[in-house]
Design a protein around this ligand. Structure first.
Ligand code: XUL
Ligand code: CO
Length: 437
């Protein structure tokens, strides 16, 4: 039975098309910079936003109908969501999905009951996957919604809550492995604090690290060969979250010896909440060899929270794709951790949201490749540091120079000339020319 029977298979029609249900830029099979577009842009559907969220906010109930013909809270509904999700992905040509344990099934009274339901639904999903090209990108455990996690999971003050989190992680890893997922995410939704007056930060961070070590050990023991990811976010729901941004998360992973098994899942709207650009956090992850996957969305610069909008800003997607291309591409993918605005409540809007996001990243990819081929920006950056090509510069780069040597040179020179112009305005005009010329 079709759920989206009034909605078509979405095809590429090119930039001149006026068909709202067609791609203008995303042409899955087109080869660009040596790879098919669909391999540069491994798009994923987030189960939670697309199949679960109905637009509830703190001022009102949901506007979108996500029942898909079944009673919410039942296993029939869990299966209807699978049916809807697969039809949706197939109609849009999306080959990956991401999930939290509780997105898949309603939680039971006991862990045993929830786990039994997870066994059933993953059997059902696995059967659906057979014969399609749809795969699991990553899985995770929701360790933030249930009241038991009010003080966090790995950072909880309660040993019972900590163990419950361990049980959920264990099962979510098993489900991820069963579905062939290539990644496992830790988003520290409530791993942080509301006030330092009641918080032992060192104790909590050590406990989070121990939980991650146990997760890695268990996952490897059952054959998981993929990457673990931390997904940084500075705040919301907590006032302060420990995985503040890429730099903080990398320092944590290195401090606790987790950096061999973990990379980062960088989310655009989380980077901007941390006071960075999306490009910044991608760059910091990439130069540290830690750029694994991306939660593709965008925030609203006038709002101080995570609005999880579908990406539409091609300037941003272009700069993001520049970083991703430079880093050699993602081992993970581009997961649309994005939701329709509350007034965009129809099934057609679900399609239009993904078309916008996929086209925005496809155009970003096309423009990033054009910027690379244009070469002026890369050339400018290279020349900007050209003074270090000298013999002394090379000695400094190799870590073989001494402070005395540099001081001698400076004294002989008398005064340092001004460094070359940064030429920001020129570089911005090059970006505009490539984008709109
Ligand atoms: C919340 C968020 C999560 C993670 C997975 O801001 O981004 O949905 O992506 O737990
Ligand atoms: Co996310």
């Amino acid at each position: 039975m079709s759920i989206f029977n009034n909605l078509p298979q979405v095809k590429y029609e090119g930039p001149k098309s006026r068909n709202p249900l067609a791609f203008k830029y995303y042409d899955a099979e087109r080869v660009i910079a040596g790879k098919k577009m669909k391999d540069h842009l491994k798009f994923a559907m987030a189960w939670w936003h697309n199949l679960c969220a109905s637009g509830t906010d703190m001022f009102g109930s949901g506007t979108a109908d996500k029942t898909f013909g079944a009673e919410p809270g039942t296993m029939e509904h869990a299966k209807a969501k699978v049916d809807a999700g697969f039809e949706f992905m197939q109609k849009l040509g999306i080959e990956y999905f991401c999930f939290h344990d509780v997105d898949l099934v309603p939680e039971g009274e006991t862990l045993e009951e929830t786990n039994r339901r997870l066994d059933d639904i993953t059997d059902y999903i696995k059967a659906k996957m057979a014969g399609t090209s749809i795969k699991c990108l990553w899985g995770t455990a929701n360790l933030f919604s249930n009241p038991r996690y009010m003080n966090g999971a790995g950072s909880s003050n309660s040993l019972d809550v900590y163990c419950h989190a361990a049980a959920q992680i264990k099962k979510a890893i098993e489900c991820t492995v069963k579905l062939g997922g290539t990644g496992y995410v830790f988003w520290g939704g409530r791993e942080g604090y509301e006030t330092l007056l009641n918080t032992d930060v060192k104790f909590e961070q050590e406990n989070i690290a121990s939980l991650m070590h146990m997760a890695v050990k268990y996952a490897r023991s059952i054959g998981f060969t993929g990457d673990f990811y931390i997904e940084p976010k500075p705040k919301e729901p907590m006032k302060h979250q420990y995985d503040f941004d890429a730099a903080t998360s990398i320092a944590f992973l290195r401090q606790y010896g987790l950096d061999k098994d973990f990379k980062l899942n960088i989310e655009a709207n989380h980077a901007t909440l941390a006071g960075h650009t999306f490009q910044h956090d991608l760059r910091i992850a990439a130069i540290n060899g830690m750029l694994g996957s991306v939660d593709a969305n965008q925030g609203d610069y006038l709002l101080g929270w995570d609005t999880d909008q579908f990406p539409s800003d091609v300037y941003e997607t272009t700069l993001a794709m520049c970083e991703i291309l430079k880093s050699g591409g993602l081992t993970g993918g581009l997961n649309f951790d994005a939701k329709n605005r509350r007034p965009s409540y129809t099934h057609e809007d679900m399609f239009l949201g993904f078309i916008l996001g996929m086209d925005s990243f496809a155009l970003g990819l096309i423009k990033a490749v054009e910027l690379q081929e244009d070469g002026r920006i890369d050339q400018f950056v290279k020349e900007r540091y050209a003074s270090f090509d000298s013999e002394l510069g090379q000695k400094i780069r190799a870590g073989q120079a001494s402070l005395e040597e540099l001081a001698d040179k400076a004294v002989k020179k008398g005064s340092a000339p001004l460094p070359g112009s940064g030429k920001q305005e020129y570089l911005e005009s090059v970006v505009n020319q490539v984008l709109f010329g």
